[in-house]
Design a protein around this ligand. Structure first.
Ligand code: PLP
Ligand code: COI
Length: 366
C-alpha cells in the first residue's frame, strides 16, 4: 500500500554552507546548481512502490544492462515552488504535474506513481531543503525535476518490471540569459519532433533527444530556440523545444489569444492551460486551433499579429521577436515585450508568488 509508505531520511554528511547557498541564490541561472538532497522511490512489479528515501544529492548506481540505457524508458516533469510573502512555500499546480507524469508513464508502458506519493515526495524534499527556496518578491523560484526510468537489467525488448522515481531540485532564475527580452526562433523545416501517434504529448526524454540537432541548427542560425512544425504537412506550428507558443491578434479590448490546438504531438503545457484561463478571465477571446507559418508571417505583415510569446514552467512567459527559417526572416513587434504578454505574465507570476489571489486553487502550501 503506497498510502502508508514511510520516507527514510539519510543524514547529509556535508550540506552546503549558508555562505555557499547565498552565492548560488544570488545568481542561480537555470539548472546549474542542485540542492543538498534528492528523493528516490523504487518500483518492483508485484511489490509496488517501496524504499522511499530522502538522501544526500549524488550519483546513483545503475546496472549496465538497465533497460533505460538501451531502450530509453525515461520520462520527467518540471514544476516550481515559490516562497510566499508570509514565508511559507507553495507549489504551483502540483496535481497537474502528477497527473501528466502518470499519462507519460502510460504512453511509455511504465509504472504509474500515485499522485499522493508524487506530492509527498515534493513536500519531503522541500522540507529538507527549504533554505534553498529563494526569497519572496523576486523572479527566482525553486525548480523541481521529478523523473523516472527503467532499472531492470535485461536486453529483451519489453516494458521493464522495475523503475526508479527520483526528485531533484535546482534554484532557478531566468531560463533565457536576457530575461524577458524577446528571443529569436528558428523554424525547423528539415526535422520533425513528433508525429501523430508518437510520443510528442508525453514528457518523454526521447522527445528532447530528438530535438537537439534542430536546436543546434537554431543556434548556428543565431537563434535562441527551435520552433517545430506538424509532421504531416510541415505547415502548422506545434511548439518550441521546451515551451508552448501563443499569438496575440489585435490589441486592447479587442485582443485575441490564439494557440496551436493540442494535436496529440505537442505537450499540453500547464502554463499554457493556466494562461488560457487567465486570458479568458481578462476578457480576451481565446482560440485553440491550427496556425500556419504562412499565417504567422502574413498576419505580422498586416499588423494583425501584434505579439507572440513562448510559455512554460522554465521559461515562464518569454516574448518572441525575430522569426527565421530557410525562406527568410521577419520580426514581431518592436523588440520590446508586448502589453498583453506582460499583463498575462504579471497575473500568472502574481498568483504564483502569492501577491494576487489564487482563485483557482492552483497553489498547494507545502
Ligand atoms: N512543451 C515542451 C516540449 C516542454 O518541454 C514544456 C515544458 O515543460 C512545455 C511545452 C511547457 O509545459 P509546462 O507549462 O507544463 O511547463
Ligand atoms: C520545463 O519548463 O519544466 C521544461 O521541462 C522545459 C525544459 C527546461 C526542458
Amino acid at each position: 500500500m503506497t498510502g502508508v509508505l514511510e520516507f527514510a531520511h539519510l543524514p547529509h554528511p556535508s550540506p552546503a554552507s549558508a555562505e555557499r547557498r547565498g552565492e548560488v541564490l544570488a545568481d542561480p541561472g537555470f539548472g546549474r546548481y542542485f540542492t543538498d538532497h534528492m528523493v528516490t522511490i523504487d518500483y518492483t512489479e508485484g511489490r509496488g512502490w517501496h524504499d522511499a528515501t530522502v538522501q544526500p544529492y549524488g550519483p546513483m548506481q545503475l546496472d549496465p544492462a538497465a533497460m533505460v540505457l538501451h531502450y530509453g524508458q525515461a520520462i520527467f516533469e518540471g514544476l516550481k515552488v515559490y516562497r510566499q510573502p508570509d514565508g511559507s512555500i507553495a507549489a504551483f499546480r502540483v496535481y497537474s504535474n502528477a497527473e501528466r507524469m502518470r499519462r507519460s508513464s502510460r504512453r511509455l508502458a511504465m509504472a504509474e506513481l500515485p499522485d499522493e506519493l508524487f506530492v509527498r515526495s515534493i513536500a519531503e524534499l522541500v522540507e529538507a531543503d527549504h533554505e534553498w527556496v529563494p526569497a519572496a518578491g523576486g523572479e527566482e523560484s525553486l525548480y523541481l525535476r521529478p523523473f523516472m526510468f527503467s532499472t531492470e537489467a535485461g536486453l529483451g525488448v519489453r516494458p521493464a518490471n522495475q523503475y526508479r522515481y527520483v526528485l531533484i531540485a535546482s534554484p532557478a532564475g531566468a531560463y533565457f540569459p536576457r530575461g524577458v527580452k524577446p528571443v529569436s526562433v528558428w523554424i525547423s523545416q528539415e526535422y520533425v519532433r513528433a508525429a501523430p501517434g508518437g510520443t510528442g504529448d508525453a514528457k518523454f526524454s526521447g522527445n528532447y533527444a530528438a530535438s537537439l540537432l534542430a536546436q543546434a541548427q537554431a543556434v548556428e542560425q543565431g537563434c535562441d530556440q527551435v520552433v517545430w512544425l506538424d509532421a504531416v504537412e510541415r505547415r502548422y506550428i506545434e511548439e518550441m523545444g521546451g515551451m508552448n507558443l501563443c499569438f496575440i491578434f489585435g490589441s486592447g479590448a479587442d485582443a485575441k489569444l490564439v494557440t496551436p490546438e493540442l494535436s496529440g504531438s505537442l505537450l499540453p503545457g500547464i502554463t499554457r492551460d493556466s494562461l488560457l484561463t487567465l486570458a479568458r478571465e481578462a476578457g480576451l477571446e481565446v482560440e485553440e486551433r491550427k496556425i500556419s507559418v504562412q499565417e504567422w508571417e502574413s498576419e505580422v505583415a498586416s499588423g494583425q499579429i501584434t505579439e507572440v510569446f513562448a510559455c512554460g514552467t522554465a521559461a515562464v512567459i518569454t516574448p518572441v521577436g525575430t522569426v527565421k527559417s530557410r525562406d527568410g526572416e521577419f520580426t514581431v513587434g518592436d523588440g520590446e515585450p508586448g502589453e498583453v504578454t506582460m499583463a498575462l505574465r504579471d497575473t500568472l507570476t502574481g498568483i504564483q508568488r502569492g501577491t494576487f489571489a489564487d482563485t483557482h486553487g492552483w497553489l498547494t502550501t507545502l
